[in-house]
Design a protein around this ligand. Sequence first.
Ligand code: NAD
Ligand code: GLY
Length: 362
Amino acid sequence: MEKIIIKLQKRSYPIIIADKLFNDFSPCWPLNIGDKVVLITNDRVAPIYLNILRNLLTRSGIVTDQLILPDGEQNKSLITLNTIFTKLLKKNYDRSTILIALGGGVIGDITGFAAATYQRGIRFIQVPTTLLAQVDASIGGKTGINHILGKNMIGAFHQPIAVAINLDVLHTLSMKEFSSGLAEIIKYAIALDSSFFSWLESHLDDLLILHSPSLMYCIRRCCELKASIITIDERDQGIRSVLNLGHTYGHAIESYLGYSQWSHGESIAAGIMMAVNTALRLNQFNCSDAKRIKLLLTRAGLPVRGPKEMTSKNYLEYMKRDKKSISGQLNLVLPISIGNVKTVFNVNHELVSLSIEDTNSS
Ligand code: NAD
Ligand code: GLY
């Protein structure tokens, strides 16, 4: 078992990473006998893991309830959020209630937002079950929902009281969803750690066969990298934006496609290549590093071009609404070298369009 502490004064919390976390109740669960928890999950994850976790908690004296939501990014919505509130209100849950998000980033984000806003804020625990949520979405307290006009446009910062990562659950994940997590992992390496990028080049095949020590190292490294950023910029006022490499382009893909077809990680992978091509056009990046990135994304089973039906105009429409954009100016996180990125302000729209076209025609 590995433990990383996110140090945020009164909002500090542990991330626990273990092979078989649902087997025994251990002190890693910040729960006491008699605590009331509501497990929130979806209809894909529930049949596999809900009873295992619920039984573990019940056996340990925790009072449990559950809510099963419909699966899918398109359900990270106001309607689903209201379903959570209705359940909590109908059952008279008070401010001592603890929500447990059992699922991928969609369940984590919406449960976290429900916890941030129900009776002005209650506690919640993240139990991420996708690789993407284990390395990124469950950590750092960004919670929220999508709007038809833009991805993650409604939300709040609300830190969990613990993140419990069970490596075992990755065995039931589809290849498409596993690859999706690899996109965020590759993002960390490009943004923050060139040695980790080299490690990924040599260990990607081990990760793809779920080699446990490699997974443990990789997930731990991502958690450490994220911790190093959020502990100095919890509310995304500065350096945290480096974690958004590829996201301004990727969110445009997800929004345009109505939060269906392409996974979050697939959209981010294409978005990373668009950021790389923008940096190449700005002469701030070199071709050999661009090739290494493209090769690693491809080996991870990820797209390196955007959806065929999207024009560069479609991208710009959504990108101008990105949270980093001010008055329609495009502020983009772009690579300088592998392991180093910076925010470039007011990037020329024409240059961005051309970079998107470069990516899609390469
Ligand atoms: P997801 O939650 O939709 O999960 C992907 C699919 O895998 C779903 O069908 C899900 O039901 C299924 N699944 C989950 N665990 C499984 C398991 N163990 N076995 C089998 N199937 C399983 O998607 P995701 O990729 O986990 O998360 C993407 C979301 O996370 C996006 O909404 C994105 O915006 C958000 N996100 C948030 C942050 C943040 O900081 N809050 C960071 C990155 C991404
Ligand atoms: N995934 C980006 C962030 O947490 O800031």
